[in-house]
Design a protein around this ligand. Structure first.
Ligand SMILES: CC[C@H](C(=O)O)C(=O)SCCNC(=O)CCNC(=O)[C@H](O)C(C)(C)COP(=O)(O)OP(=O)(O)OC[C@H]1O[C@@H](n2cnc3c(N)ncnc32)[C@H](O)[C@@H]1OP(=O)(O)O
Ligand SMILES: [Co+2]
Length: 147
């Protein structure tokens, strides 16, 4: 595996609306994208841009709020009612090769690759096998790399 770009840090929240106010008013975020629902993934999502180097796109904060009774983040918020750092997402050039590598290392890969919030294939690796950090792997978006 070759460590790729940190695409986003996932932050779970009970309220994206309240989290937007925090990132705007406390943290001074200047680019907060429109929230959108991902029913297939059981979350509402909102991306907050952080500044990159020399005009390049920086890493994003991915705010996620439960959507529906089966949301995979209900358990996390039950343990962390105020929300908190939920996952880290790294880019790879080939999602299928990356998945095979994690499986070969005996890591618990969660489910099959599926379309994530940036419209490319993603998968997750269980925190128990990743130093306690829920890890998302996503295929690098094609195109100019803007969000
Ligand atoms: C896909 C759209 C978007 C994108 O970027 O494209 C997203 O990122 S959406 C993000 C939300 N979706 C997911 O997180 C899917 C993958 N997650 C899961 O399948 C579950 O959350 C899972 C299996 C990691 C945990 O499920 P659950 O909380 O129901 O299980 P447990 O409560 O039994 O937890 C087991 C064990 O893991 C610890 N845990 C749970 N969540 C996290 C976490 N986010 N970070 C670190 N550790 C976590 C939990 O404390 C338990 O530990 P233990 O020591 O066994 O008590
Ligand atoms: Co994510």
């Amino acid at each position: 595996m070759k460590l790729g770009r940190l695409n986003h840090v996932g932050v779970a929240t009970p309220s994206i609306e309240a989290a937007i106010a925090y990132w705007r008013d406390v943290m001074g975020a200047v680019k907060i994208h429109e929230p959108f629902d991902m029913p297939s993934q059981g979350v509402k999502v909102c991306f907050v841009d952080t500044p990159g180097e020399n005009g390049t796109a920086g890493t994003q904060i991915e705010l996620i709020e439960p959507l529906g009774a089966d949301s995979p983040i209900h358990g996390f918020l039950a343990k962390n009612p105020a929300g908190g750092q939920h996952h880290m997402c790294y880019e790879v050039p080939d999602i299928h090769a990356a998945r095979a590598e994690f499986l070969a290392m005996g890591k618990k890969v969660l489910g099959e690759p599926r379309i994530g919030a940036h419209g490319t294939l993603i998968f997750f690796v269980h925190p128990r096998d990743m130093g306690g950090v829920l890890t998302e792997i996503m295929e690098t978006p094609k195109g100019d790399g803007t969000h």
